[in-house]
Design a protein around this ligand. Structure first.
Ligand code: FEO
Length: 392
């Protein structure tokens, strides 16, 4: 993709990664992604905001061929999908200063071995004049590492937000055209990397309220030329308000746990509760993370294997603990052959979750009448909890 003009003197550069399917060797990317950089050419100085993932550095360097001089490389975030090509850009523009927060400087020295003298550290709220254009740097930690900041271009009212408000979508569109599609991708991204830091992100959004933002240009996905809806979506995701939803990640080896999952699902639906099932043998773990953003309740469906929880259920539980969703209730259901410590093991894996644990339902072999009755009791308890939260 060639350089694209956003407005006079402000251009999109970067690379669309149509083929990438995994990030951090962990996060599924069903729709690929993009690494957006931006070039701001002021009347006196020129700044490049972020770079691209190192394998795509050649694309960026081709786009920079016609740029005669570069004064600043603003690095909002030290993760290498944005910073990884800085050394190559510095080879071409050795006099450029790398503009960073003090924490980012340390991370970039460590991970890219950029020499200390190349950096210019900026404080929260500091401005930088490019002549007729002014950059304001706003420190916004934990979107998605502790060093992150965003840049507000005063004259054009554009917020360059890096991962913040980003979405993993590869497309030829410069601006958002399908808000539904971007909402889902942005929520997935929020769930995977920012949900654990909801409190800090709330403060970051409050900090942005004093800026008149007409456009948000993230470093993944498309540019928001009507940004209000994505900011409102973030406000919902970071709020304490959960939704009337039970998320049920489950795995079943011989069908008994699946019978319990299906029975409980019917019971919850009859009680007016939405249920989302994720069969962990086939589930997209990103979709599960996304569901955890809103869900008031998690029920883990887990068979016992080798005297403990099935490893796929343990993985999902570990993930939920790491993502720290605002979920209020949690329970465990499942089948075992002869015994084990499934409940104790899973219960010990969720120290980060501020949940009330509802009585688990475990059965020996196939579920019997008494087990189904216990599942009815669990559905009643979940419904009562959702009523208490004002969701029913
Ligand atoms: Fe897109 Fe946290 O890097």
């Amino acid at each position: 993709m060639k350089t694209r003009t956003i407005t006079q003197g402000v251009s999109w550069l970067g690379a669309v990664d149509w083929d990438r399917r995994l990030f951090d060797s962990l996060i599924p990317l069903p729709d690929g992604t993009s690494y957006n950089a931006y070039l701001i050419e002021g009347s006196e100085k020129t700044a490049l905001l972020d770079t691209v993932d190192p394998p795509m550095a050649d694309t960026l360097m081709e786009q920079l061929e016609k740029v005669n001089s570069l004064d600043f490389i603003v690095s909002h975030h030290a993760e290498q999908d944005h910073s990884g090509a800085i050394p190559v850009v510095l080879e071409r523009f050795p006099d450029a200063k790398v503009v960073v927060t003090s924490k980012a400087k340390g991370l970039l020295v460590d991970s890219l071995t950029i020499p200390e003298e190349k950096f210019m550290v900026v404080e929260d709220g500091e401005t930088l004049s490019l002549g007729d254009r002014t950059l304001t740097f706003i420190h916004t930690p934990w979107v998605h590492w502790p060093e992150t900041m965003v840049t507000y271009l005063n004259e054009d009212k554009i917020l360059f937000s890096c991962d913040f408000f980003g979405s993993h979508i590869a497309t030829s569109d410069l601006f958002v055209v399908d808000e539904g599609r971007v909402y889902e991708a942005a929520k997935r991204y929020f769930a995977e990397i920012m949900m654990p830091f909801r409190g800090v992100i709330r403060k970051n959004i409050e900090k942005l309220e004093k800026y008149d933002i007409q456009m948000i240009a993230p470093s993944h996905g498309q540019i928001y030329d009507r940004p209000d809806w994505i900011v409102d979506a973030y406000r919902d995701w970071i709020s304490d308000q959960s939704h009337n939803v039970v998320v049920m990640p489950f795995v079943s080896m011989h069908g008994s746990t699946r019978l319990m999952v299906d029975y409980l699902t019917s019971g919850l639906v009859e009680r007016g509760i939405r249920v989302e099932l994720y069969n962990l043998a086939v589930a997209d773990i990103g979709k599960l993370a996304m569901a955890l953003v809103d869900a008031a309740t998690i029920v883990v469906g887990v068979p016992t294997v080798l005297a403990g929880p099935h490893p796929l259920a343990a993985y999902a539980t570990f993930l939920a603990n790491a993502l720290r969703p605002k979920t209020k209730y949690l329970s465990i259901i499942g089948s075992y052959g002869w015994g084990g410590k499934t409940v104790e093991t899973l219960a010990g894996m969720i120290p980060n979750l501020k949940v009330e644990v509802l009585d688990p339902v475990l059965c020996k072999g196939l579920p019997k009448e008494t087990d189904y009755a216990a599942l009815d009791g669990l559905a009643d308890a979940i419904a009562a909890g959702h009523r208490e939260l004002g969701l029913l």
